[in-house]
Design a protein around this ligand. Structure first.
Ligand code: CAA
Length: 262
């Protein structure tokens, strides 16, 4: 499969997606969405992939938003489809059974911040900038930003960011709980890879179950979430990986997870 607007690579079990339109600061258009879907088909079909990192090509930008030059020419029906397609891609990204790290190397604005919020967590360079500047264009976020931002940083903080359209630094984004860790630019990739490789050694079954419990549990009441957790806990405990992990601990050796259910 060929890609022109993203770079898709697999490095020893870690998949890497790089947004690759540096002249447009990696702005997302319909082709980028299509290629992201293609890359996700490949990731879903390959059980040897244990983690995914998303980043931007070049030093300046992760993704500077949806492509304004394309959107300006779309009809209302086409714009609704573009928004729904973007949202669907981000739902797919969020539902991948593996850990997904947003490695933010520069501008993550509008659709860029929205992509990072569909990842499991965000590592950012000291030079990264986040924001939902759509209000400055007379529009609103369209890839889930009005929904995920308030869930992540609280309603009033989300409103302030969306209503003012200001850009915030990586440190500010960390202070409000959007970003997990901030690194010097030359250390960011190394740290994201280190985290991805560490997670890639864990059991695939328990990783998937734990990710689903946190994500699905976030949108339901505490009691329903805890029931979900007990079911997943029992399944993981009884799985070959669970048995291997606990036996390895008792035998004082490193576990070798196979990622099989039975
Ligand atoms: N869409 C299309 N092209 C973009 C773009 C975008 N979102 N962001 C940057 N570009 C292009 C610029 O038009 C410019 O192209 P040319 O060289 O052909 O003129 C090139 O990238 C470089 O950009 P600048 O010259 O503007 O670079 P800068 O360093 O001066 O500024 C910036 C950088 C502050 C990020 C500025 O480019 C900017 O404000 N970009 C737009 C950010 C934005 O509003 N994003 C939200 C888009 S709407 C959205 O995302 C909706 C949604 O939720 C789905």
């Amino acid at each position: 499969m060929s890609y022109e607007n993203i770079i898709f690579q697999i490095d020893q079990g870690v998949a890497i997606i790089k947004f690759n339109r540096p002249k447009a600061l990696n702005a997302v258009n319909t082709e980028v969405l299509r290629e992201l879907g293609q890359a996700m088909d490949a990731i879903e079909a390959d059980s040897s992939i244990k983690a995914l990192i998303l980043t931007g090509e070049g030093t300046k930008s992760f993704v500077a938003g949806a492509d304004i030059s394309q959107m300006v020419n779309l009809t209302p029906i086409q714009l609704r489809k573009f928004s729904r397609d973007g949202q669907e891609i981000l739902f797919r990204l969020e539902a991948l059974p593996i850990p997904v790290i947003a490695c933010v190397n520069g501008f993550a604005l509008g659709g860029g911040t929205e992509i990072t919020m569909a990842c499991d967590f965000i590592y950012a360079s000291e030079t990264a900038k986040f924001g939902q500047p759509e209000i400055n264009l007379g529009v609103i976020p369209g890839f889930g930003g009005t929904q995920r931002l308030s869930r992540l940083v609280g309603k009033s903080m989300a409103k302030e960011l969306c209503m003012t359209g200001v850009m915030i630094s990586a440190q500010e984004a960390k202070a409000i709980g959007l970003v997990n860790k901030v690194f010097p630019p030359d250390k960011l990739w190394e740290e994201a890879m280190k985290a991805a490789r560490a997670m890639a050694t864990k059991g695939r079954v328990s990783m998937r179950a734990m990710k689903r419990c946190i994500d699905r549990g976030y949108d339901v009441d505490l009691h329903s979430g805890c029931y979900m957790e007990s079911d997943a806990f029992a399944l993981c405990m009884a799985s070959p990986d669970g048995k291997e992990g606990m036996t390895a601990f008792l035998e004082k050796r490193a576990a070798e997870f196979k990622g099989e259910l039975d």
